[in-house]
Design a protein around this ligand. Sequence first.
Ligand code: KG4
Ligand code: ZN
Length: 362
Amino acid sequence: MRILGIESSCDETAAAVVEDGHRLLSNVVRTQIDIHKVYGGVVPEVAARSHIEVINPVINQALEDAHLTWADIDGIAVTYAPGLSGSLLVGTLAARTLAAQKHIPLYPIHHVEAHVYANFITDQANGIDLTLPTTQPTFPMLALIVSGGHSQLVLFRDHGDYELLGQTQDDAVGEAFDKVAKIIGLPYPGGPSIAEAAKSGDPKKYQLPKAKMQGAYDFSFSGLKTAVLRAVQREVGVDTTFPSFELPGLLNDAQRADFAASFQNTAIETLVDKAEKAFHDRSPASVVIAGGVAANQELRRQLQERLPIDINYAPMQLCTDNGAMIATLGCFYAARKEATSPFSLEIQPSLSMTKTAWNQAA
Ligand code: KG4
Ligand code: ZN
């Protein structure tokens, strides 16, 4: 079974073909990072218009790279939730139109659930050169999902059968990376630039707080971001009324690196503390991490160091937004669930992942 996956929920236009839920046949990702960089973050209207320009070429490229025609495609999987509404519309309408026109079954996919499925890709066609895990995760599977919009710990009992153990009560961890990068004057997206700057910084230089939460597996990153802002203000000797956009100009590179390293270390320790507790409480058979922040090498290192289980990490290219993860989850949908009508699928910009579990109402 071959599924075409289409993703356009934020600032990447992506399409990919996956066979039988594990074999990657093509993977095309067109990122808008350079377009949004000048604004310091994603501008929703610009994102939507940019998706419109490239969606068809990206989809065609995914078929071409896989050496396939439409007749070889058994289903189209598309991100319909959650994300920026204008961006989601572009991919969803493209998928609906193609499904209707070519009589191919259509499967609506939740973006956050799909991030987890990057970990199920274990095989690739000639010409794709990713370092993939050799085996798929087994159930029960503990998933730490960490992206620009989400931070949550989820226990999967099976495909589509999962329990949300905890989640962020305010900012997502990727959002905190992006905001802290702005405060200390590092370029967007903040995750990779903080990770790079942190390499030459001292992670113990600034003492930053870890939020105490009521829910054992819940997170909070908004206080950490404010704590960095206050520490920077103290470091350069200004008060809280000083315009924050002028702060980066008062920091030198060594201070910037120390702030990056101290923030990164505190954010990662927070994630790993909760994941470690969930692991010991629930004894999963496998652990995966997913979402853009899962590309962070220090997170991978600390998690592996603290958990007494081998973790098979997906390649960094499949952690940030892509069509491969959408197509992979689409394969499991196609094998077990009814297709959706291409004439009625609506986007759901703020739908929680728990609403899409298969063990609830469809
Ligand atoms: O999953 P993703 O590509 O998009 C969303 O669904 O949100 O995640 C993007 C987030 C951004 O906040 C970005 O700064 C963060 O992932 N990110 C990283 C790294 N690479 C991307 N955060 C920490 N370390 C990285 N190496
Ligand atoms: Zn994402």
